[in-house]
Design a protein around this ligand. Structure first.
Ligand code: PMP
Length: 326
């Protein structure tokens, strides 16, 4: 039980530590108050058999921004974190997986002021399939407008992936699940639809794509990617706020996120969206996204950072065989 994240290694503060030894003290400051930052990134197996990380440098950039916002100086350089991430993927031999960077305040002073407690960094990886299910990806998911409001940027920082911010997301997610839905959509303080518990939102009306502006939402790497792809595919897109009743009458709706990838929404608050099936623009962008991460779209290969995997046993066998033959 609880071992679905089991791999060989976890990287902690510059060391590769065996998964079962990756422990922290109960007085770790972030455990008590949620003051820390994290990042979620995915690596994908390409159709040529290799593995690459999707937009690693953009994710590491956001990690740096989150840490900057929280005034937590990252204890390693961007280059060191990047190299550690790639080495960890290689050591864990995972072809497709999720990657979690966590910046946290270690043990020392308690109380709200962490004082001189060390800032620590851990990187973990684990296999993670479709976040909202394969069926959700194929047919769309059912959402509920949450009774919880997205944090107001002047109370919690919405541009940083702050550990404690996710209490709001978990409350919304659990409420939606317990009421029989797949995911929550949260409104901002003005009553506009902001985002999912861990996803950005896109709406299609009369052939045009809309997404809420960044005021109250996380600046999703997948959101930015979809905006760039929409333009590349010749769709028109506008960032503007919209209300829940506009969402009810949308032609298409979809969510984006590292975990959720590009997931169509087929129902909101028991109202069918469009004809209840993923629409053509959603499909087009979803197909393009999956083709890119599989390494099949050369125009966007710069989004993929290759993981230099150790030569597989089968490769070595075939090399040995061909060496013997020559
Ligand atoms: N909004 C929230 C609140 C999130 O947690 C996430 C996941 N990081 C997203 C949006 C989507 O961001 P990204 O595409 O960078 O994963």
């Amino acid at each position: 039980m609880g071992d679905v994240t089991r791999t060989d290694w976890i990287w902690m503060d510059g060391e590769f530590v065996a998964w079962e030894d990756a422990r922290i003290h109960i007085l770790t400051h972030t455990m008590h108050y949620g003051y820390g930052a994290f990042e979620g990134t995915r690596a994908y197996k390409r159709s040529d058999g290799g593995t690459s990380v999707f937009r690693l440098d953009d994710h590491l950039g956001r990690l740096a921004n989150s840490s900057h916002i929280l005034q937590l100086p990252l204890p390693f350089s961007r280059e060191e974190i990047r190299a550690a991430t790639l080495e960890l993927l290689k050591r864990n031999k995972l072809e497709s997986c999720y990657i979690r960077h966590l910046v946290y305040i270690g043990q020392g002073a308690m109380g709200l002021n962490p004082g001189d407690n060390p800032v620590r960094l851990a990187i973990s990886t684990w296999p993670w399939g479709a976040y909202l299910g394969e069926e959700g990806l194929a047919k769309g998911v059912r959402c509920k407008i949450s009774s919880f409001t997205r944090p107001f940027p002047n109370s919690l920082m919405t541009k940083a992936k702050v550990v404690g911010n996710y209490v709001n997301s978990i409350l919304a997610k659990r409420e939606a699940i317990s009421l029989g839905y797949d995911e929550a959509l949260l409104l901002d303080l003005d009553g506009n639809v902001a985002e999912g518990s861990g996803e950005n939102l896109f709406m299609v009306r009369n052939g045009k794509i809309y997404t809420p502006p960044l005021n109250n939402v996380l600046e999703g790497v997948t959101r930015r990617s979809i905006m760039e792809l929409a333009e590349w595919k010749g769709h028109t897109l506008e960032e503007r706020g919209f209300t829940r009743d506009e969402v009810y009458t949308a032609d298409e709706l979809f969510m984006t996120g590292t975990a959720a990838e590009v997931t169509p929404i087929r129902e909101v608050d028991d109202r069918q969206i469009g004809n209840g099936k993923p629409g053509p623009i959603t499909r087009d962008l979803q197909d393009t996204f999956f083709a890119i991460i599989a390494g099949d779209v050369p125009e966007w290969s710069h989004w993929l950072v290759d993981v230099p995997m150790a030569a597989r046993a089968s490769d070595q066998d075939s090399k040995a065989t061909s060496a013997a033959a020559s």
